[in-house]
Design a protein around this ligand. Sequence first.
Ligand SMILES: [Zn+2]
Length: 374
Amino acid sequence: MRFSEVAGHADLKQQLVQSVAEQRVPHAQLFHGPQGSGALVLALAYATYLSCQDRQEEDSCGLCPSCLKYDRLVHPDLHFVFPVFTTKSVKKDPVSDDFITEWRNALLESPYITPNQWYSYIGMENKQGSIIKRESEEIMKKLQLKSYESDYKVMIIWMPEKMNPTASNKLLKLIEEPPPMTIFLLVPEDTGPMLPTILSRTQMIRVPRIAEEDLLDALKKKHSVSDEILKSAVKISGGNFVKAEENLMTSEDSAYQLELFIRIMRLTYSREFQAIFEWVEELSVLGRERQKAFLAYAIRMIRENYLLNKEQGELVRMTADESNFSKKFFPFINDGNVPVIVQELNEASIHIEVNAYARIVFLDFALKLVKLIR
Ligand SMILES: [Zn+2]
């Protein structure tokens, strides 16, 4: 992760680069900011820079062996600690290394990861993770080793507030008497539950909310949607990267849902089976939440079109694009097929909910629709 990949915070980046150039690298630092401000990515970019073998004036080089390993989060001198759980496969004393593959994948996928995203990534939506005593023993072991490839060993501790008292006290000891050439980067979501003695011994880096224009620039690089959609997603995000992306997904998804809906209605009407199979394939890889969201959307569209057919236009709530399509579509939605189509959509949603094989659920629905849309 390079500084250039972190949204905004130009001043902070400058300050961090400067401290490395002047060889003023505190051995314990705390990156803290509101959710979605990017404290964790910033810490990661800083660690990448510290370890880079060809540091540039403003950023790591992105090309040296160290940068390449940091890019995939597999550098041998980069260590992570984060909250974990007991699971079916890790029954006792879970530590971060038990989940390191999932952690790397989650972080590469969503560098602005939130606690909820992490918990749901490992299927623990309704649980709280923790950092236990055994983890501090693992930390000691790792830090006793000499660094393998870079000058510094970096230990990034995400959500140190989840450390139990024993682990916290061990961390405090380590911060008080750090092993040589070791840098601790603590990234709490909430400093409240942390030991005041830990807080007072770390250098605090305050990460502010991301400025609107910086957030806009960062999202532009990642999403190819209109400026108008981007701007409104950013406007209501409060400088929170995660929130802005969520807003974007919602507006992107409603356009996509309409497109999926129009496509399947046309294809089933014209009985283009090859294209129907492709539609089923596309839906089956969307992920359960988006599949359910599409089915709910389809039910709404069927109801709105039924209202149009019943000349209840004043009750209809549709966007301009939806009503454009519906002008020609509503005559096909009538007393004869509405109850069955809605029932089929509801059943599909229940099947998806219980983790049925999505490909079969959507194929079944599409083939029934061929008979229903006549
Ligand atoms: Zn480099």
